[in-house]
Design a protein around this ligand. Structure first.
Ligand code: DSN
Length: 442
């Protein structure tokens, strides 16, 4: 095939695939804990001309011309972000949560420093992983990563053992420079109140990775990390905070200059200006509707967890009522493992992801087929689903995971359920079709 025909064939195919994807997601139960659906308002901001432009730097101090309106938009995003998180300093330029974390490492650590963070099976994100795992902290910033002692019954950081670890590292001349709270498998608030006074007395910087729970924090329904003593909070803007893909940093004025220069020029050249506009709209939505949304997300997660447990599934975090976040995590090792179940669910139009859980590595399990399945209810809650629907969702999950029911039957149940919840809620305006494919070409 000549290049022109090859190009045209693929050009056409991409649009067909995009339409198929939209149709599939409109008929699916979307339960990935790190995703969400954007409002039409956020989408409109994201497809604007800003996606083609350069700014670099801080509003009013750019490296490029043409920023008259871009600056005003970014300043609004910053002001909205400050109000949303009741914070002195917000940087909306990190283009991802990874970039936000790397900027914080740049600002507060030097290669060779020691940090403490969660191990991946206990909920840690790859950005605070060790060098041999290819983690950003270890492999990119050259940090020596130690892991928090973790209590898998409580599904939380062990406070006393963490203090003992810090003291041990100090006695070895490796006192941690920074401690990172937060994570990707995140059921309960982390013990900042219990650990921050101890860490501060040792002169240790406290970072909080709120990527997953940013919307719950913004809605005032999860722990408030800065008020509990964190120096800096990073996050992403597309999980429980339902904006476009991207990152952000929230902190204090006293760290503003060091953080700003750690973002640009250290880790971002041009930031994604269309996403800055989208973040501003998402922040405005959350300032208005965030409290109700965060409440609904957390009660839905709890209801889903309880309903699954009532059906005999092994739900993690039982000791404290399974969850206080958007996530529900179940042990599916007895049904073939998370990798197998993830595929079976996908065949039924349920999109969720496998996850390492505490005990997996000891049991010889691997991230390709770990013991856990992680789910988040933030997207289906944004479509307006409530407690009754969580019971239905639990039943559908049970039919696939345990009963191994014919996929066509479960697909039909999901289609019926999704038909009743097809528009984005908790937003100023909605056109009623959350997964509509938007065609701009004539
Ligand atoms: N890896 C993502 C998650 O799903 O938690 C976060 O970046």
């Amino acid at each position: 095939m000549d290049n022109k025909s090859f190009a045209k064939e693929n050009y056409t195919k991409i649009f067909e695939l995009l339409k198929e994807h939209h149709k599939w997601f409109s008929e699916s139960l979307t339960l990935i804990a790190s995703e969400n659906v954007m409002s039409e308002a956020v989408k409109e901001a994201v497809v604007s001309d800003l996606m083609s432009r350069y700014a670099e730097g801080w509003p009013g101090d750019r490296v490029y011309a043409g920023c008259k309106y871009i600056d005003q938009i970014e300043l609004s995003a910053i002001d909205l972000g400050k109000k949303l998180f009741d914070a002195e300093f917000v940087d909306v330029r990190p283009i991802a949560g990874v970039t936000a974390n790397l900027a914080v490492y740049t600002a507060f650590t030097q290669p060779g420093d020691t940090i403490i963070s969660l191990a991946i099976p206990n909920g840690g994100h790859i950005t605070y992983g060790k060098k041999d795992l290819g983690g950003t902290a270890g492999a990119v910033r050259g940090l020596n990563v130690e892991n928090f002692p973790f209590d898998s019954t409580e599904m939380n950081i062990d406070v006393d053992k963490t203090k003992a670890l810090v003291s041990k590292l100090k006695s070895e001349g490796r006192k941690p420079k920074m401690v990172i709270f937060g994570g990707s498998l995140f059921l309960f608030p982390h013990p900042l109140k219990e650990l921050v006074p101890f860490l501060k007395a040792e002169g240790i910087t406290v970072m909080y990775d709120g990527a997953h729970v940013m919307g719950l924090i913004a809605g005032g329904k999860f722990q408030q990390p800065l008020k509990e003593g964190a120096d800096v909070m990073t996050g992403s803007t597309h999980k429980t905070l339902p904006g476009p893909q991207g990152g952000l940093i929230v902190s204090y004025d006293k760290y503003a200059e060091v953080l700003k220069s750690a973002v640009f020029p250290s880790n971002v050249s041009n930031h994604h200006l269309h996403h800055v506009a989208g973040k501003a709209i998402a922040f405005a939505e959350m300032l208005n509707f965030g409290e109700d949304y965060a409440s609904a997300v957390i009660s839905n997660a709890k209801k889903l967890a309880e309903s699954l447990a009532a059906k005999g599934l092994v739900v993690l975090g039982e000791k404290y009522g399974y969850t206080k976040s958007h996530q529900v995590v179940i042990d599916v090792s007895m049904y073939g493992g998370g990798g197998i179940i993830e595929k079976e669910l996908e065949e039924s139009n349920i999109i969720a992801n496998r996850n390492l859980i505490p005990g997996d590595i000891k049991a010889g399990r691997h991230f390709r087929n770990p013991g856990g399945l992680r789910m988040g209810v933030q997207e289906i809650t944004r479509l307006g689903m409530g407690l009754n629907e969580m019971e239905e969702v639990a039943d559908i999950l049970y039919r696939v995971i345990v009963k191994k029911e014919d996929h066509n039957k479960t697909k039909e149940s999901i289609r019926e359920l999704k038909n009743k919840f097809s528009s984005v809620k908790y937003t100023f305006e909605s056109n009623g079709e959350a997964y509509k494919y938007i065609k701009i070409r004539i």
